[in-house]
Design a protein around this ligand. Structure first.
Ligand code: NAP
Length: 259
């Protein structure tokens, strides 16, 4: 299926690795030109070079921490009028809420709630004026089913989800949609980090913890980031203009509810 977005411009945050990278690859395959962002230069330039070579689209890179005001200014200067915005940043560290002070909470809210809102605020009116926009927030399965050691993520991402639910109903009339993608366990560096925390807590090896996650998933495997990227590309497609304010869970059926 031709997704009808060839020639569009996408700003994909936190995209040198993992799920952000996968979204960038899938969008590039559809002919979308990209601005990619990460803090580390090496993986970012490598990803950009791979995409240029494989998809033949324009790929700009911005080395920035998207969770800071300075970082966001640099990103928006490089791509002031995206047609597609994918918000993403590293997830908060796992831990016990008894050890988290106000600064810890503010940092999590900044990264996983206020940064996506600031990026939406800076770009949504241009999308409305141009009568096309697709905004995707990478959140987490933890929004549907909280994970105890990821309390900072549970809280901050639920706040973003509530905000987006309201805004998304006001932009769709202008062909600007806002949706969230909720990853369950995908095979990325982040998953290995979280597995290391579980392993330390339970006195197991990281491999044992990851094997348990595979076995405990109805699909008996972890998600492939490419599957995530293709879901993102579909939600950014011309055909997806009637889908807004939704939370698409990609977890191999792990969440047990009917809805
Ligand atoms: P990952 O493989 O660790 O990749 C993270 C990417 O984001 C890297 O490119 C990293 O590059 C970049 N990044 C991180 N913080 C950044 C910042 N402040 N500014 C700019 N770039 C930043 O992680 P992932 O698995 O793709 O996870 C993406 C998001 O999904 C995270 O919020 C994670 O918590 C969430 N999630 C993932 C899973 C999973 O199973 N993978 C499940 C649930 C939720 P630099 O380090 O160089 O900046």
């Amino acid at each position: 299926m031709d997704l009808g977005i060839s020639g569009r411009k996408a700003l994909v945050c936190a995209s040198s690795k993992g799920l952000g990278r996968a979204c960038a690859i899938s969008l590039a395959r559809e002919g979308v030109s990209l601005t990619l962002v990460a803090r580390g230069a090496e993986a970012l330039e490598q990803t950009a070079a791979e995409i240029r070579a494989s998809a033949g689209v324009e790929v700009a890179t911005v080395i920035a921490d998207v969770t800071t005001g300075e970082g966001r200014s640099a990103v928006l200067a490089a791509c002031p009028q995206p047609d597609i915005l994918v918000t993403n940043a590293g997830g908060p560290k796992p831990g016990d809420f008894r050890n988290w002070d106000r600064d810890t909470w503010i940092a999590a809210l900044d990264a996983n709630m206020l940064t996506p809102i600031a990026l939406i605020q800076a770009t949504v009116d241009g999308m409305i004026a141009r009568r096309f926009g697709r905004i995707i927030n990478i959140t987490s399965a933890a929004v549907k089913a909280p994970i105890d050691i990821l309390g900072l993520s549970n809280g901050a991402r639920a706040g973003l989800t509530g905000f987006v639910a309201g805004l998304a109903r006001t932009t769709v009339v202008h062909n600007v949609t806002i949706n969230n993608l909720l990853p369950g366990p995908f095979e990325t560096d982040r998953l290995k980090e979280t597995a290391a925390q579980w392993a330390a807590k339970r006195g197991k090896s990281i491999d044992e913890v990851i094997a348990e996650r595979r076995a405990g998933n109805p699909a008996h495997r972890l998600g492939d980031p490419a599957e995530f990227g293709d879901a993102c590309a579909y939600l950014c497609s011309a055909q997806a203009g009637f889908i807004t304010g939704q939370n698409l869970l990609l977890d191999g059926g792990h969440y047990p509810g009917t809805f």
